[in-house]
Design a protein around this ligand. Structure first.
Ligand SMILES: [Zn+2]
Length: 184
């Protein structure tokens, strides 16, 4: 009559071993989860001293001086070389890429997943873009944009819960395959 789902409170040694194995096989995911737990820094490029440079505002011909966001990895050469609309100026630091084979039309192809960029657009017409924020590319040009620290924390929490579900699915898969392959 009852329809209970087995959900062990304490992971067994075997489950803990499986989780360690997942951590070893998917270090980026493990790092993402760990950063949510421990507040470790995201895997961005190490902060460099921000550069200061000048450009000509295309609307006003005014010489503008601008100091990059800490950690910005863009070289801004084209912004410096020719008059530029100030609202087109932006700084970015990108996290490492992750790729997975995903099937959208019959055969798996490599797609970039969970891309992370830290950005600021100091003169953007959307005010929320003018403060440093994170954009996440979940898959191939499908973005969650404009995350402030609370928004990013929400995404991290959601993904961390999903990773826990993946670990449970992994342990189930190991057990179900072992039973299946052991049949006479
Ligand atoms: Zn910059």
């Amino acid at each position: 009559m009852s329809n209970t789902v087995s959900n062990p409170v304490k992971p067994s040694d075997e489950e803990q071993a499986v989780r360690r194995s997942v951590d070893a096989q998917f270090p980026l995911v493990a790092q993402l989860v760990a950063s949510g737990r421990q507040g470790a820094p995201l895997p961005m490029a190490p902060p460099a001293a921000p550069r200061t440079w000048t450009f000509t505002d295309r609307d006003t011909d005014e010489q503008m001086t601008f100091t990059c966001m800490v950690g910005c990895t863009l070289n801004h050469a084209s912004d410096v070389a020719s008059p530029t609309f100030r609202q087109d100026i932006w700084c970015q630091a990108a996290g490492p890429e992750m790729w997975l084979p995903i099937n959208t039309d019959g055969k798996p192809e490599e797609f970039r997943v969970l891309g992370i960029t830290l950005n600021v657009r100091p003169w953007d017409r959307k005010l929320s873009e003018r403060l440093p924020h994170v954009d996440i590319e979940f898959i191939d040009d499908h973005w969650v944009e404009n995350l402030d620290p609370d928004g990013l924390a929400t995404v991290i929490r959601t993904l961390a819960e999903r990773v826990e579900s993946l670990k449970v699915a992994h342990a189930q898969l190991v057990a179900v395959r072992a039973e299946y392959m052991g049949r006479k």
